[in-house]
Design a protein around this ligand. Structure first.
Ligand SMILES: [Zn+2]
Length: 345
């Protein structure tokens, strides 16, 4: 079926740049991906996005897009300005929304990728019809988007929802040799992100723990990745199993703070680590039961995102649709979940 007026959805990550045409039902119709190559600088990347989108529109024989939405791996303020994205080399303060608007000539909305993903889940995914939900992404880092009372929580400058930087410990953990790239010691991300899981494994092996991870890493212990830790645990390795259990308990400390703050109905877990959610689930739930105050776990559901890698694209489309008032979700409309003000055009 030909797309008449699609949404152009953009997911700008630290390593991958995805651009897609998405219809008003949140289905990805056509897509293209490249390496981000952030070292080329924001202007070049913005132009490549424009060219990638034009390629898709030409292929589809589509009219110019209704609007453009973008999920950006960066803190993003209410004006659509990125602030020192840690994974986009050399980018400082970047008015990326304006850069895209100049090139597309149609309304553009941008937001932090985890916030945008939360909106995607809320409008089209597991959070449809759920007014109080939290999307949590656990991969290289830990991010989240909080929907409360049917609205995306943004905070005064639009920077809210940075759950990965909740401080859960005052002292550095044994595997933390230096403050994380965020400057913190003891934030949730430094305990449960993919990178943290790997660092915890390396620290354990250096302390002399015996584990099949030593062979899995081919003798290069420093090269261990989180997915190998899950793999070893799945194969019955005792050290890896204990480590995953400890990660689950630490993650539950973060979730416990969130349930007491926001009393959500649903957590939706995404990101690379969510592929192994089944292995984390038991210790997360055990620890949550220990930490939760009465009533907070009633009706609480924890599910894994069904969108996989597409969650940013679907969310970017949801954001654009919502802002132009064409969304299909329960929170569609102009006021809700606003990530950046409408273009004055
Ligand atoms: Zn931090």
């Amino acid at each position: 079926m030909a797309v008449i007026e699609p949404i152009v959805a953009i997911d700008l990550g630290g390593t991958r740049l995805r651009v897609a045409l998405v219809d008003t039902q949140g289905s990805v119709v056509r897509r293209v991906a490249e390496e981000t190559r952030s070292e080329e600088g924001p202007e070049r990347v913005a132009q490549r996005i424009r060219d990638m989108a034009q390629g898709l529109l030409d292929e589809a024989g589509a009219a110019p897009p209704m609007a453009v939405g973008a999920a950006l791996a960066s803190p993003v303020d209410l004006e659509g300005v990125m602030h020192r994205p840690p994974n986009l080399t050399g980018w400082q303060v970047v008015p990326f929304k304006s850069m895209l608007a100049e090139r597309f000539g149609v309304p553009v909305w941008v937001g932090n990728d985890a916030n945008v993903a939360a909106l995607g889940e809320h409008v089209f995914g597991a959070g449809k019809g759920v007014g109080d939900m939290i999307y949590l992404t656990i991969s290289t880092g830990v991010g989240a988007g909080v929907i409360t009372g049917g609205r995306l929580l943004l905070g005064a400058r639009g920077l809210g929802g940075e759950i990965g930087h909740m401080i859960i410990a005052r002292r550095p953990a044994p595997w933390q040799r230096a403050p994380a790239s965020c400057g913190h010691i003891g934030c949730l991300e430094s305990y449960v992100s993919g990178g943290a899981i790997a660092r915890r494994a390396v620290a354990g092996l250096r302390e002399g723990r015996r584990s099949s991870l030593a062979e899995l890493s081919g003798g290069d212990v420093e090269s261990i990745e989180a997915k190998q830790v899950f793999q070893a645990a799945a194969q019955g390795d005792a050290f890896a199993g204990e480590l995953i259990e400890a990660v689950g308990r630490d993650l539950a400390l973060g979730l416990a703070s969130l349930i007491h703050l926001f009393n959500p109905r649903k957590f939706i877990i995404g990101g690379g680590v969510s592929r192994n959610w089944a292995m984390l689930e038991k210790s997360v739930l055990d620890e949550l039961r220990r930490q939760a105050m009465p009533g907070f776990l009633d009706d609480l559901e924890i599910v894994v995102s069904q969108f996989g890698d597409d969650v940013g694209l679907v969310g970017a489309a949801a954001l654009a649709l919502q802002e132009i008032g064409a969304g299909t979700g329960p929170s569609s409309g102009h006021e809700r979940g606003r990530l950046s003000p409408a273009d004055k055009r």
